[in-house]
Design a protein around this ligand. Sequence first.
Ligand code: 8X3
Length: 261
Amino acid sequence: MTQGESTTPGTATATPTRGVAVVTGASSGIGAATAVQLASLGYDVVLGARRADRLAEVVERCAGRARALPLDVADPASITAFAAAIDHCDVLVNNAGIAVGTESVAEADEAAWTSMYETNVLGTLRVTKAFLPLLIASGDGQVITIGSVAGREPYEGGAGYNAAKHAVTAMTRVLRLELRGQPVRVCQIDPGMVETEFTLNRLGGDAEGASKVYAGMTPLTGQDIAECVGWVATRPAHVNIDSMLVFARDQTSARVVHRTQ
Ligand code: 8X3
């Protein structure tokens, strides 16, 4: 579908659509903010995540431009069913990802590593594979993957997540090389500290520990990253934003943070 060419049947707005954007991990945080942002920019958004109740709330905020489908990126059958329900895709936002624990290499929890690889690496791989034919067929497809500073810079206590996000970065770079000559752009956006449920989940629900991570500094919000995704998605077809590293002003490196307390 060419940008601005058609309208969206059955929506409240029926304004011209920029095309179809698929967002994984869309029930909260960066993914939810991205879905709302892309809808506000005129995309028809398909939201995927495990939590149907949370997805429904996000769909409500997408002004009639969204639908939700169940998706567990750690489950290949779920990805197959999700992709089978979508027949057009202009923009794929690979957002679904997790961090589990902060153990040292010496104390590494292999189940946590497996879980991080299943979701972050194999999940991103399988979703991307599933949508590549549609992205190519669109004539101007985009893969926008949410990486992390953890995929650029190792830090103590980060080994499993660092390894998984470095793998995602490698995959993005290889994909871009291999798609040369195809009408598909590939971008990776690497956020630093973003205050979402991400850290709470990483720390196994330790709310006090999670609040300490952001104490005395102003982190990014999911909306900050969603605006980056929206900007990347709406560049002209000949412009590929290769990658973006996005920090809060108070953060200058993975673990170098200015705090007032
Ligand atoms: C999350 C950022 O600093 O926790 O991707 O690795 S960090």
